[in-house]
Design a protein around this ligand. Sequence first.
Ligand code: HEC
Length: 100
Amino acid sequence: MKSLRGFIFVLFMIFAMSAFAVNGKDLYKKCVACHGTDGTKSALGVGAPLKGQKEKTLYKKMKGYLDGSYGGTKKGIMKRNLAKYSDVELKALAIYIATL
Ligand code: HEC
């Protein structure tokens, strides 16, 4: 019984840590080079600035890049950039960017 409790505790800790790992501010560090720390930069001279956009809009655009329904001439770059993120991470990114 004792070991089962220990096991459940460890599972809980892993779950709690993975929840904390999803931090939009940290994730956004990967975007700064092209979009700027404050989101005002026009990415590679073609992207619309992210600053001032709403969380829902940002999330929709990111999903759009992934399913091919959104984007301009350089959408391939964003598709590759976003491919590695989970849905939860994309949401965290959108929430953070909307606060810029
Ligand atoms: C290598 C440069 C580069 C990096 C890194 C990058 N982006 Fe982009 N991003 C672009 C370019 C270029 C566009 C415009 C692409 C297009 O549609 O033609 C863009 C467009 C976008 C847009 C849509 C803007 C709009 O209103 O049309 C969003 C949202 C976005 N990026 C989010 C992110 C996020 C979040 C990250 C980090 C995970 C990121 N980008 C990392 C280059 C980059």
